[in-house]
Write a protein that binds this ligand. Structure first.
Ligand SMILES: Cc1cc2nc3c(=O)[nH]c(=O)nc-3n(C[C@H](O)[C@H](O)[C@H](O)COP(=O)(O)O)c2cc1C
Length: 171
């Protein structure tokens, strides 16, 4: 069976940082595209939608051409990074002013990549993604987490990356 076309969206306050290195390692294995959200101007959610002149409408159309969407974020205060949260808030645009695009999310697979300094991530971090994907009707495939003391050392996470790839392939 061929691998679903996969895009990894990176939302980190630094590139290259730990989450970038984890995302790049997985992108290599899955032959996925890696998109750095910091290269795009994405304005916060606006109830009046006076933000549609930014990069979000074009970016989401591109993202929706993929079958699997992986969100990659460090854990900052038990939560996703600011740039990832802004991106996720903007998915609400699809539910309010572009419903046909929103419906396209329903057929997508979704997963999460993360790094943090805690050995085990707090449940609330993954839960936020899981509930959001469920609300959007996306098929959640799980989270790959790398605990990083300081720097990202690939060898320390190689097995977890391979196991996660196997899990995605089995799904
Ligand atoms: C503002 C901030 C908040 C953080 N909060 C947490 C946290 O709640 N839990 C955790 O495990 N690590 C936390 N960390 C550590 C980072 O998640 C960790 O260093 C991560 O690998 C950084 O990834 P990056 O290089 O992509 O930014 C925090 C780091 C920063 C800068």
């Amino acid at each position: 069976m061929s691998e679903p076309r996969t895009v990894i969206l990176l939302g980190s306050a630094r590139n290259p940082g730990n989450t970038y290195h984890l995302a790049q390692a997985l992108a290599d294995k899955l032959q996925a595209s890696l998109v750095d959200l910091s290269r795009y101007q994405i304005k916060p959610f606006d109830y009046t939608f006076h933000n549609q002149d930014d990069d979000f409408p074009g970016l989401i159309r591109e993202v929706l051409t993929y079958e699997r969407i992986i969100l990659a974020s460090p854990i900052y205060w038990y939560a996703p990074s600011g740039s990832m949260k802004i991106f996720m808030d903007r998915l609400s645009d699809l539910l309010k002013i572009d419903k046909p695009l929103g419906r396209q999310l329903r057929s997508k697979r979704a997963a999460v990549l993360s790094t943090g300094s805690d050995e085990i991530p707090a449940d609330c971090f993954e839960q936020m993604f899981k509930l959001s994907f469920a609300y959007l009707g996306m098929q959640y495939e799980g989270m790959l987490y790398a605990s990083c003391d300081e720097d990202f050392i690939l060898e320390q996470h190689a097995k977890a990356i391979n196991d996660f790839c196997r899990r995605l392939h089995a799904g």
